[in-house]
Design a protein around this ligand. Structure first.
Ligand SMILES: Nc1ncnc2c1ncn2[C@@H]1O[C@H](COP(=O)(O)OP(=O)(O)OP(=O)(O)O)[C@@H](O)[C@H]1O
Ligand SMILES: N[C@@H](CCO)C(=O)O
Length: 306
C-alpha cells in the first residue's frame, strides 16, 4: 500500500467526572487525512485545509507522530501528509488528538499493522506533548480505540473499552472562541481534598456501571465534575445557562468537553438529543458569539480507513 486516506474522529474527553481518565469518540465529526509514501525519507506536510496550523513536521502533531513511528520502525520510506480539518483546534473536541491518532493509525497501516492499539496510543500521546506539553491519553485513546474508553493507568498505560448503550446520543455546542488545552490545564487544581476525591471517584464508578447496565438514570446522576468544571467554567461564556437548558430539555447530564470551550450533553435517544441541541443553541443565539452544534452517536470504530 502506497497511500491511505483515513477519518479520525473528534472526541469528548473527561466526560465530567473522569478528568484525564475517560473519553469517547464521535461518529459524525472528525478530520480527513491522506498519507502517501515517498522515496525520500522524512515527513512533509503538503496541505492543510480548514485551520491555520504549522507545516513544520516537528510542530504539527501529525508530522511529529509520523516521524517518531518511521524512526522507531526503521522504515525505508518517507511520507507526504495532507490534513483536512473539519473542526477547529482549541475547541475541546480533541483537534490535536484527531491529527495525532490519524497519523498513528495511518502510518501503522503503511507499515503493515506492526503496532497494537496500545502502542499507537503511546505514539499519539507524544503528539499531545507537542500540542499542549502533556502526554494526555484520554482524547487519543478514544480516537484510536473508538467507543467509550477508560484510562485505567497512565504508567504503565492501560486502556479499557467500556460498552455503551446504542441509544446514548451526544449533543455538542462549540462556541467559536479558542481555549488552548495548555492554558485550561493551568486552572485545574493540582491537589484536592479527600471529600471531593471520594465524590469524584464515586461518580466515575457510577458512570461506568450505568454504561455497562444501560441504566440511564445512573449515567445522568454520575455526570458530575467537582474538579475541573468549577474552575474551568469561568472560561466559557454562558456555561451555566447552557447546562441548565440542556438538563431542562431532557439531557441526562452535561459538562465541559475536554478542556473547552465546547460543552457536551448526553441524552437517551436521538429525539431528545435534538431537543437539547435546539435548547442550548437558543442560549448562544441571544449573544453575539458564533457557534456550531453537533448531534452524534458514540463512534464504535474510531479512527478508520476512508
Ligand atoms: N495537526 C494539528 N491539529 C490540531 N492542532 C495542532 C496540530 N498540530 C499542532 N497543533 C497545535 O496544537 C494546539 C491545539 O491543541 P489543543 O490541545 O490546545 O486543542 P484541542 O486539541 O482542540 O483541544 P482539546 O484537547 O481540549 O480537545 C494548537 O496550538 C495547534 O497549533
Ligand atoms: N483531559 C484533558 C483533555 C484535553 O486534551 C483536559 O481536560 O485537559
Amino acid at each position: 500500500m502506497d497511500q491511505i486516506k483515513v477519518f479520525s474522529p473528534a472526541t469528548v474527553a473527561n466526560v465530567s467526572c473522569g478528568y484525564d481518565a475517560m473519553g469517547f469518540a464521535l461518529e459524525t465529526l472528525g478530520d480527513d487525512m491522506i498519507f502517501t509514501k515517498t522515496d525520500s525519507k522524512g515527513v512533509i506536510i503538503s496541505k492543510i485545509e480548514g485551520a491555520d496550523l504549522p507545516y513544520d513536521s516537528d510542530k504539527n502533531v501529525a508530522g511529529a507522530v509520523a516521524q517518531l513511528m518511521l524512526k522507531d520502525s526503521k522504515a525505508n520510506f518517507g511520507l507526504d501528509i495532507q490534513i483536512f480539518k473539519n473542526f477547529k483546534p482549541g475547541s475541546g473536541l480533541g483537534s490535536s488528538a484527531a491529527s495525532a491518532s490519524g497519523a498513528a493509525f495511518a502510518v501503522n497501516q503503511l507499515l503493515d499493522k506492526r503496532y497494537p492499539d496500545l502502542e499507537l496510543t503511546k505514539f499519539a500521546m507524544q503528539g499531545e506533548v507537542v500540542a499542549c506539553g502533556s502526554a494526555i491519553a484520554d482524547n487519543v485513546a478514544a480516537a484510536i480505540y473508538g467507543g467509550f474508553i477508560l484510562v485505567r493507568s497512565n504508567e504503565p498505560l492501560d486502556i479499557v473499552n467500556i460498552p455503551t448503550p446504542t441509544n446514548l446520543i451526544a449533543t455538542i455546542i462549540h462556541p467559536q472562541i479558542e481555549i488552548k488545552t495548555e492554558d485550561a490545564r493551568k486552572v485545574v487544581p493540582t491537589q484536592i481534598d479527600l471529600k471531593t476525591a471520594i465524590s469524584q471517584w464515586s461518580n466515575v464508578g457510577g458512570l461506568i456501571s450505568g454504561l455497562y447496565s444501560n441504566n440511564f438514570d445512573l449515567i445522568g446522576r454520575s455526570l458530575v465534575d467537582l474538579v475541573a468544571e468549577p474552575n474551568r467554567k469561568k472560561l466559557i461564556p454562558f456555561f451555566d445557562e447552557v447546562k441548565h437548558a440542556a438538563l431542562k430539555s431532557g439531557a441526562l447530564g452535561a459538562g465541559i468537553s475536554g478542556s473547552g470551550p465546547s460543552i457536551f450533553a448526553l441524552s437517551e435517544g436521538l429525539e431528545t438529543a435534538k431537543q437539547v441541541e435546539y435548547a442550548i443553541a437558543s442560549v448562544y443565539k441571544k449573544s453575539d458569539i458564533d457557534f456550531s452544534t453537533y448531534v452524534s452517536q458514540i463512534s464504535k470504530t474510531g479512527t478508520r480507513i476512508q
